[in-house]
Write a protein that binds this ligand. Structure first.
Ligand SMILES: Cc1cc2nc3c(=O)[nH]c(=O)nc-3n(C[C@H](O)[C@H](O)[C@H](O)COP(=O)(O)O)c2cc1C
Length: 229
């Protein structure tokens, strides 16, 4: 019952920010259903608390109230992860080795899997359905939380840039970038009364299949978010 309630509330929150012109149900293959893309509201720079206060509040949480995340909270979380803060140069809130933005942020809700697109501050629909438990190896709170982020390194970004490391060093650089994203998200979350749990334990096979990950995409880290009780 509780998960149904959470599901309906996050569905309302997400659908309330959908762009009217978004493309509905345009599967990449006949068997793949996709939800609507989501346009996030602009992040509000005056929101939150001081960085020092947020650091004082940061801690891992694995229990949440069941409340929905608001469109504004979703916006702040994704923008903190890898949003554009210097549009002239495609500068981001997160640093990137050699300026190559090779880590992608997937948002997994009760409604589906979405890929964050920093330039448009939108969530691009990847798959429709509740795939939250594919982002864990069995921790039940993950399946009840309104939002799970999955940080994925993409070697295509390095190849397209034509510079940077390969092999283990590439995964190391990507992992560092994912870690700094997760900490920015944790601080914004702390400032907004949202609990977080960063997680290395992800079902790689299940999430790779659900999110249609390709060769060269590497799951690095996950992060669960929900309103604190
Ligand atoms: C790289 C990394 C991986 C982690 N993986 C998990 C995980 O899979 N599941 C989980 O519940 N917590 C995970 N944690 C959270 C830690 O258990 C937590 O940070 C630790 O207990 C310290 O608690 P605190 O964050 O409240 O200070 C992870 C933390 C880090 C940094």
């Amino acid at each position: 019952m509780k998960s149904d309630s959470v599901r309906s509330r996050i569905k309302f929150a997400l659908s309330s920010v959908c762009v009217a012109s978004c493309v509905l149900f345009t599967p990449v293959a006949p068997s793949v259903a996709k939800a609507a893309d989501i346009s996030l509201p602009n992040p509000q720079m005056e929101a939150g608390m001081s960085v020092m206060q947020a650091l004082a509040k940061r801690q891992t949480s694995r229990s949440f109230s069941g409340e929905e995340l608001t469109p504004s909270q979703l916006s702040h979380i994704l923008w903190a992860a890898n949003g554009v803060n210097r549009p002239d140069s495609d500068g981001r809130t997160n640093p990137a080795a050699l300026g190559v933005h090779s880590v992608e942020v997937y948002a997994v809700t009760a409604e589906g899997i979405f890929l964050y697109q920093p330039q448009t501050h939108t969530l691009q629909s990847i798959a429709e359905g509740d795939f939250r438990m594919t982002t864990t190896t069995g921790q039940p709170f993950v399946g009840e939380a309104p939002l799970n982020l999955v940080y994925v390194g993409n070697s295509a970004a390095w190849e397209n840039a034509g510079r940077g490391p390969s092999g283990e060093k590439q995964v190391l650089f990507d992992s560092i970038a994912a870690g700094t994203m997760a900490q920015s998200v944790a601080l914004v979350a702390a400032a907004e009364g949202i609990g977080t749990c960063v997680r290395a334990s992800v079902d790689h096979a299940a999430f790779s299949e659900a999110a249609h990950l390709q060769d060269g995409q590497t799951i690095l880290l996950a992060q669960t978010l929900g309103v604190l009780p």
